[in-house]
Design a binder for this molecule. Structure first.
Ligand code: SF4
Length: 375
C-alpha cells in the first residue's frame, strides 16, 4: 500500500506540462488544510500503515517548512510509514538549499526525485523551467552532501532541434554525479499546453519520433551496458534502487491519492480521482460534499490496464492473468511477434523485445479488449 500526496502548485508553468497545478502560490495554506481534512476523512478510525509515501505534483518543494511539516505530521499520523519505508519527495533544483534539505530530512524524507530535465540552459529556458543548469548540478551535489544517497533525476529527451550528442552529454552528466535512479521521458505534445500552441502558431518545431527513438535506443543500451536495471520503459536504476512506490502502480497494488487531481486504486477494481481544480476541491472539503468521482472497473478495463502497464515492465505481462483474452491477444499481436517486437517466453510471460520497446504504447493498444467485447 502506498500514499500519494499531490501538491498542485508550481512556480512557473513548463511549456510541455499538462499535470494539475496552479502558479497561484497564495492558495497553498488553504489547499493543504483541505488535504489534511481529506486525510482525516480517508483514514477516520485506526491508522493505516503504508509501505511508501510519495509527494508529487506540481512541485512539493514549493511548500514552506511549516506547511510541509504540518501536512506530513497529519499524513504520518493517519497513514504511518512502516519502518524502513520509502518516503520520496519530488523537488525542483531551485528549491534545493542546505536548509530545505535539513527540513526534508527532519520530516522523514529518504528519497529525492529532482526535476532536472536537462543540463542545457537553452533547453531549460525553452521549456520555461524555473531553474538553470548550474542550479540543477548544484542541487544534486548539495543533496548528496546532506546525506541523501537515494536520488533520482528526471530527464527529457527527443527535444526539437536537439542532437544525440546533446542527449549523451545530459545522460553522461547525470551518471557522473552518481545518481542511482533515472526517470527519462520523451517530450510529448499534450493538448492545451503552451507547447501545443507554440507549435500551432509555428513558433516551435514539433518533436520528431525519429529523434526521440534515437535518444531512447542509445540510452537503453548504454545503461544496460553499465549494468543498470531498466525495470520499466521510462525508469532505470542501479540494481536494488527501484522506486518502490511507482512499482505499486505497475503491479496493480492498492494506493491512496490525497489532494486535487490525485488518483487512488483499491487494488481490486475501484479507481477514484479527486476533483482537478483547487477551488472546487477546497469548497467540496469545506461543505463535506463529495470531492472525488469513482468507477468500478469492468473485467475488460482491468485486462486493458494490465496490458498497458505490465508490458512496459521488465517482468512483463503474465498471460495467465488475462484468462481467455490471451487467445485473442496471440492473434492481435501476431504482426508484432513476427516483427520481433514482442514475444511470449517459456513461462507464458509476454515481454517486449529491443525493437518493440519504443513502441510499447502502440503495441499495448493493439492488444486491448474492444468496448463491445463481453468478457
Ligand atoms: S514543475 Fe513539474 S508539474 Fe510544474 S509545470 Fe513544470 S513539469 Fe509541470
Amino acid at each position: 500500500m502506498g500514499l500519494y500526496i499531490h501538491i498542485p502548485f508550481c512556480r512557473k508553468a513548463c511549456n510541455y506540462c499538462d499535470f494539475h497545478f496552479s502558479t497561484q502560490l497564495l492558495g497553498i495554506d488553504e489547499i493543504t488544510d483541505s488535504m489534511k481534512t481529506e486525510l482525516k476523512l480517508r483514514f477516520p478510525k485506526i491508522p493505516v500503515e503504508q509501505a511508501t509515501h510519495y509527494w508529487g505534483g506540481g512541485t512539493p518543494s514549493v511548500l514552506s517548512h511549516k506547511v510541509m511539516e504540518s501536512l506530513a505530521h497529519q499524513a504520518l499520523e493517519k497513514a504511518p510509514l512502516k519502518p524502513g519505508g520509502e518516503f520520496t519527495l519530488e523537488v525542483n533544483p531551485d528549491d534545493v538549499t542546505s536548509n530545505s534539505l535539513l527540513n526534508w530530512k527532519s520530516i522523514g524524507v529518504n528519497r529525492l526525485s529532482i526535476g532536472v530535465q536537462s543540463f542545457n540552459d537553452n533547453r531549460l529556458e525553452w521549456m520555461n523551467r524555473s531553474h538553470g543548469s548550474s542550479q540543477a548540478s548544484e542541487s544534486i551535489l548539495r543533496a548528496q552532501d546532506a546525506g541523501f544517497e537515494n536520488i533520482s533525476i528526471d530527464l527529457i529527451y527527443g527535444i526539437p532541434n536537439s542532437s544525440i550528442a546533446e542527449w549523451q552529454d545530459n545522460l553522461g552528466r547525470a551518471l557522473d554525479f552518481g545518481v542511482v535512479h533515472l526517470s527519462t521521458y520523451a517530450l510529448t505534445v499534450e493538448e492545451k499546453t503552451k507547447l501545443f500552441y507554440q507549435i500551432k502558431k509555428g513558433e516551435s518545431e514539433p518533436p520528431k519520433d525519429e529523434r526521440a527513438e534515437e535518444d531512447f535506443r542509445w540510452y537503453r543500451k548504454h545503461l544496460n551496458d553499465l549494468g543498470w536495471d531498466s525495470y520499466e520503459i521510462s525508469n532505470s536504476c542501479i540494481p536494488g534502487r527501484r522506486s518502490i512506490h511507482n512499482s505499486t502502480y505497475w503491479s496493480g497494488e492498492e494506493y491512496h491519492g490525497i489532494g486535487p487531481g490525485a488518483h487512488s486504486f483499491d487494488g481490486i477494481n475501484t479507481r477514484r480521482w479527486n476533483i482537478s481544480n483547487n477551488g472546487k476541491y477546497k469548497r467540496a472539503m469545506d461543505v463535506d460534499s463529495s470531492w472525488y468521482e469513482q468507477e468500478f472497473l469492468k473485467p475488460r478495463d482491468m485486462i486493458n490496464e494490465k496490458i498497458m502497464t505490465r508490458i512496459r515492465t521488465k517482468e512483463g505481462l503474465d498471460s495467465k492473468s488475462l484468462g481467455t483474452w490471451d487467445i485473442e491477444l496471440e492473434k492481435l499481436w501476431k504482426p508484432h511477434v513476427d516483427a520481433n517486437r514482442v514475444f511470449k517466453d517459456e513461462f507464458g510471460t509476454w515481454k517486449l523485445l529491443e525493437l518493440g520497446l519504443f513502441w510499447a504504447d502502440r503495441i499495448a493498444s493493439d492488444g486491448f479488449v474492444p468496448e463491445d467485447q463481453l468478457l
